[in-house]
Design a protein around this ligand. Structure first.
Ligand SMILES: Nc1ncnc2c1ncn2[C@@H]1O[C@H](COP(=O)(O)OP(=O)(O)O)[C@@H](O)[C@H]1O
Ligand SMILES: Cc1ncsc1CCOP(=O)(O)O
Ligand SMILES: [Mg+2]
Length: 281
């Protein structure tokens, strides 16, 4: 009943129509998305982008960035399996993206887990990401620029614990900040919007967070002037795919497969009936 009220309010505000329009744009334009990402996530991330209709390229050598990055519509940088030899390529690609006014999205995986990782994330922040998407512990660590109580790549906090941290990170960096969790929170430092889709089992599949960050890059690629709206739409659409996939899944492994199939098969009616996005402020 309560959920129906929320859904009704969201529909009245036009969020489902916007999410459907952006997903349709990805399907028709097939934007090229460059991903410099961790070794765990490469497969699921590329398949998530393909099933949404985008064109992924996992290209991370600094030798190729000057030729390749200018052709991408957006860049996704993810520090999940960071080592010192990958960081210069991440920075170079971010610089190319910024210089050519292309959106780029940062996933600060386990930002609070080590001094090396935190410093790298803070240096990447200086290159002005369009969007930062992390879990609550990552956003809190980045916002405070301090190491945190950490479970490594998993969150020790709820997304709602990180609203103030997300707002101050957005204000300090100029980026849209998204905190994933049971409710995905998205802010530009003033407005706060929540996407209420998804299922808890998505946390039991490695790289779902990484993959939704890449999906955000694809959504922002087709609507770069409305990065907050594109970000919350991507999170909601990924969550809807999780909900539809869960109807067919027996556990994490089959959810992984059905989530990808569901993202590929989403239609106007499902998006309009399930996308649930509300304003928090
Ligand atoms: N309790 C939950 N209920 C519904 N969806 C969730 C829940 N936890 C995470 N998700 C979804 O799973 C995906 C990955 O989020 P999360 O687990 O927070 O990222 P990370 O893997 O980076 O820690 C997101 O799409 C998020 O909305
Ligand atoms: C398990 C693991 N270890 C380093 S990166 C990585 C994947 C993290 O993926 P996600 O942040 O989407 O859970
Ligand atoms: Mg993550």
């Amino acid at each position: 009943m309560e959920e129906d009220k929320v859904r009704g309010k969201a529909e009245a505000s036009g969020w489902p129509a916007r999410a459907w329009r952006l997903l349709s744009a990805i399907r028709s334009e097939s934007p090229l998305i460059q991903c410099i990402t961790n070794m765990v996530s490469m497969d699921l991330m590329a398949n998530t982008l393909l099933s949404a209709g985008a064109s992924p390229a996992m290209i991370h050598s600094a030798d190729e960035i000057p030729d390749f990055t200018p052709h991408a519509r957006a860049l996704c940088v993810n520090v999940g399996t960071l080592s010192a030899d990958w960081l210069p390529a991440m920075k170079l690609a971010a610089q190319f993206a910024s210089q050519s006014a292309k959106p780029w999205v940062l996933d600060p995986v386990a930002a609070g887990a080590s001094g090396f990782r935190l410093k790298a994330c803070l240096e990447l922040l200086e290159l002005k990401p369009t969007v930062i998407r992390g879990n609550a512990s990552e956003v809190i660590a980045l916002s405070k620029a301090s190491l945190g109580p950490t479970k490594g790549v998993d969150s020790s906090h709820e997304s709602t614990d990180a609203v103030e941290a997300a707002k101050s990170l957005a204000q300090a960096s100029g980026a849209i900040v998204a905190v994933s969790g049971a409710v995905d929170i998205v802010t530009d430092g003033e407005r706060v919007v929540g996407a209420h889709n998804g299922v808890p089992m998505m946390q039991r599949i490695t790289a779902t967070g990484c993959s939704v960050t890449a999906l955000i890059a694809a959504f922002v690629a087709v609507d770069p002037l409305h990065a907050l709206e594109a970000t919350v739409s991507a999170l909601s659409i990924f969550g809807v795919a999780g909900e539809m996939g869960m109807n067919l899944a027996k556990g994490p492994a089959s959810l992984r497969m059905h989530l990808i199939d569901s993202l590929y098969g989403l239609d106007d009616a499902v998006v309009h009936s399930r996308v649930t996005i509300t304003s928090f402020s």
